[in-house]
Design a binder for this molecule. Structure first.
Ligand SMILES: O=C(COP(=O)(O)O)N(O)CCCCO
Ligand code: NA
Ligand SMILES: [Zn+2]
Length: 311
């Protein structure tokens, strides 16, 4: 069934496991993710960026949003696993409202680059509208390192746990993404992979609410190697090691945003297939390996996060 993200995350919060939030831009990634969820009998959060809404809608974000709602609802209504659709990194009021209008389960208002009071004001505005429409809301505190929305903030600004408690009380937001040292993309961590567990523990103690980890891809080396075998150049790529990811779940992370790992899997499969099949031109065939590798990465992640058999 198609559900509210909050229902999925409240259960995960109670039982201390995490649910992956996988980004999509097209049908093939959605198919592969859903196949993984079916195989693992796991709840799924499908998420799209504002760019994905524009991309699918060929420039019209409301058309894109409503296309994603229709696609995801079709799958969700026909399956026993709970599936939610989330707007990731909502920054533009128009896009956030379009997602709510189109029927998304939840939206993120990302005003983490603003001073605290501005972040609170923007989040309160969205919470008021979203809650009136039965839509849940995610917000972010602190800043991810690396490139985020074309703003390269080399140093991540880690969450202040006391500020998080105040923020949640002021905004009534449903789930919170505390920055604890991750960054988006395939080149995380300048040196050794390390997250601020202490801050995460404090935020959980002070808020007791579902928490979100952004920049959570592991950058699966097996996929990197396959892609590089067939011409990719992903030198220096590095993600969140699995043991560190598991630790964050034990410390209270319940939603794990995963985009890069699926991109790596898809391009690895596509490069491999195209290299070995010079005569093929049926898109249902030449994206087969790509979808298979995405499904594999999805299934492994659902297992690792503890959401398998929780549908
Ligand atoms: O936090 C994440 C996922 O981060 P990752 O790049 O580690 O998959 N997202 O919000 C997905 C979109 C950001 C671009 O990747
Ligand atoms: Na998000
Ligand atoms: Zn993110």
């Amino acid at each position: 069934p198609y559900v509210n993200t909050k229902d999925i995350l409240e259960k995960a919060n109670k039982e201390y496991y995490a649910v992956a939030a996988f980004n999509i831009n097209n049908l093939e990634f959605l198919q592969a993710i859903v196949e993984g969820g079916i195989e693992k009998k796991s709840p799924l959060i499908i998420e799209t960026s504002e760019g994905a809404m524009k991309y699918a809608g060929m420039g019209d974000p409301l058309r894109g949003a409503s296309l994603f709602v229709k696609m995801v609802r079709e799958f969700a209504d026909s399956l026993d696993i709970p599936i939610a659709l989330h707007l990731d990194h909502g920054k533009n009021f128009k896009y956030i409202i379009s997602a709510i209008k189109a029927g998304y389960s939840s939206v993120m208002i990302d005003a983490s680059d603003k001073p605290l009071e501005e972040n609170i004001k923007a989040t309160k505005d969205i919470v008021r509208i979203a809650h009136a429409a039965g839509v849940s809301v995610e917000a972010e505190l602190g800043k991810l390192a690396g490139i985020e929305d074309n703003v390269s903030s080399e140093e991540s600004v880690l969450v202040n746990p006391d500020e998080a408690k105040y923020f949640v009380e002021q905004t009534q937001v449903d789930f919170l993404a505390p920055a604890i040292g991750t960054s988006h993309g395939a080149f995380k961590f300048k040196g050794e992979a390390k997250l601020d567990y202490d801050r995460l523990k404090k935020v959980k103690e002070l808020t007791n609410m579902p928490l979100v980890l952004h920049g959570a891809s592991s950058v699966v080396q097996e996929m990197v190697e396959i892609a590089e075998n067939y011409g990719a150049d992903f030198g220096g790529s590095k993600g969140v090691p699995s043991d560190i990811l598991k630790e964050t779940v034990q410390l209270g992370i319940n939603k794990v945003n995963t985009d890069t790992d699926l991109r790596m899997a898809f391009i690895a499969g596509l490069r491999e297939f195209l290299h070995n099949n010079s005569k093929e031109f049926d898109p249902r065939k030449y994206m087969e390996t790509a979808k298979e590798y995405v499904k594999k990465v999805v299934s492994d992640r659902l297992e690792l996060l503890g959401s398998a058999n929780k549908a």
